[in-house]
Each structure stands twice: as structure tokens, then as C-alpha cells.
Design a protein. Sequence first.
Length: 212
Amino acid sequence: MKRITFLATELFLLFVMLPLGLAIEYPIWIKGSLLLIGFIYVLYILVKVEGISFKIKKEIDWKAFKKRLVITGVVVIAVTTCYVWFTDAAALFYVPRTNLPLFVMILLVYTFLSVWPQEIIYRTFFFKRYEELFRSKSLFIFVNAILFSLAHLFFRNTLVIVLTFIGGLIFGFTYLKFRSTALVSIEHALYGNWLFTVGMGQMLAFPGMEPI
């Protein structure tokens, strides 16, 4: 009972209070410090308490993963391309068309400094640490998606919240199916980078992502 209470409190502090705090106006250095402390805590718990290894597993079903990427990817590409085309056609593929070096830099920064930490925290840590709190896997994934979208509340953009909730559902399902940080990070990076490519990066606050 004490362990359950501790885990529930930990979840609330890390995945509710911290993200809500980031949406409040106060000095950026404090926000950065809190994020760093939280990430160090997550890594410590994963390695020292949960015994997680970040090595890529040998028994991964790459064929099933690639099939999933193709099916989901086609839907993501079609929906987002149509959305940009009908809402702001000038933004379609704007950055790769007009500033290729910036585009490449953004993809690299996003992949390694945003995607990987997010997947460590919201999939590897969350699903390893809190699975015993949920009897239903569907509810587990749903709660994870809600909290993942909550982490993006500081953008103050409804579409970002919707997209990250949908992404949270997709990534949660992928992680539970394959139990691989590498695979879910690849999927997250591909879909996220596609948003920058197709012309939706401006709502994620990246510089130079929209037409002037």
C-alpha cells in the first residue's frame, strides 16, 4: 500500500504538477533547473531502481514494426498534408524549400534533444514505473496520452494538445507492443519531423518555420 501511494504521488508530481508549472510565467532558469532535476531523477530511478538497460534488444520484431510505420505513416502524411494545404497552402514544405540548412539542423535538434528525452520519460519510465497502478492497458495508454499532451500545455495551442494526445496514443501502443525505447523514438522522430517538413512546425515554436 505504501508503494502504491508513493508511486501515485510521484506520478502526480512529475507528470501533472511539473508540466502545469511550466505553463506558468516565471524565470526560464527555474523551469530549466526543474526539468533537469526531474530528468536526472527519472534516469536514476530507471537505472538504479528499475534496472533498465538502454541497449537495443536483439529480439525486436522489425518486420511488424516497419509494417506499422507504413500503415500509420500513410495516414499521418495524408491527413497533415491535406490540413496544411487547406489551411495555409503557402506553408506547405516551406522550410525545406527555402532554408535547407535550417531544416536539417531542426531535424537533428528535435530528434536528439527532444524526442529521445521525451520517450525516456513518457514511455520507458512511465510504463515501467506505473504499470502496476492500472489494471486496464487501454486506460494506461489513455492516461499516458493525456499526460503527454499536458506536457505541451505551455505552447498554449489547442492543435498542439490534440496532436500530442493522438501521438501519445500511438506511441503508448507502440511501446507496450514492442517494449523498445529505440523503436518508439524512431516512430516519434519520424512523425514529429514530418510535421516540420510539411509546414506545421510554427506551432511548435521552432524559429523560421513559417512564411513571412
